[in-house]
Design a protein around this ligand. Structure first.
Ligand code: AMP
Length: 188
């Protein structure tokens, strides 16, 4: 199943210098949400690709009630479930501050908890590692504020519909993977 991250799609658009990428940059760099209509049009195009016909995992979407309603219109109410990864703000700030991404293949490292073998170089492809501009602590704080205002209300929205699963995202990557792995066969 393809994993579709709206953040990744937006960053790809920025790299390619598309009109959407240019419009999105000012919001992303400031830690704000990209307007719904831009995200929805971009995602509609991606999920109509042939690799999505047997399902897909959305990552970082929906982030607003309007996005959740648009998703519901597209796929109905009983054909998906939602996973909420529960992580404390301070942990999020620490994880983002140390996050390094390979410019070439997108593999993710953490300066402290999962560093590359050679500083600044991707183990997998030898590409250069970079920090996301919006992972700076002051931008992450703004992203968390926006999360509280716009995205957190989706927790009760989906809980009331019986579509919500919550897992403990404070644990190690392997333990989080295990929790997800246990959850998915029961729900899919
Ligand atoms: P992410 O890679 O999920 O951390 O997203 C990085 C940034 O991209 C966010 O802070 C937003 O500016 C933008 N973004 C990603 N997904 C969405 C979305 N579903 N709705 C609005 N903005 C988004």
């Amino acid at each position: 199943m393809p994993q579709i991250s709206t953040g990744d799609l937006l960053r790809e658009n920025q790299k390619r210098g598309t009109k959407l990428g240019l419009r999105a940059r000012e919001y992303m760099d400031a830690g704000k949400l990209v307007p719904d209509e831009l995200v929805l049009a971009m995602l509609a195009e991606r999920v109509s690709a042939p690799d999505c016909c047997d399902g897909y995992v959305l990552d970082g979407f929906p982030r607003t009630l309007a996005q959740a309603r648009a998703l519901e219109e597209r796929v109905g109410d009983d054909d998906f479930f939602v996973v909420n990864l529960n992580v404390a703000d301070e942990t999020i700030i620490e994880r983002a501050a140390g996050r390094l991404t390979c410019k070439n293949c997108g593999r993710i490292y953490h300066a402290k908890t999962s560093p590359p073998r050679k500083a600044g170089v991707c183990d997998a492809c030898g590409g250069p590692l970079e920090r996301r501009a919006d992972d700076a602590p002051e931008v992450v704080r703004e992203r968390l504020r926006v999360y509280r205002e716009k995205t957190e209300p989706l927790i009760s929205f989906y809980r009331e519909k019986g579509l919500l699963e919550t897992i403990d995202g404070e644990r190690t990557p392997d333990e989080v993977f295990e929790q997800l792995d246990e959850l998915i066969p029961g729900r899919a």
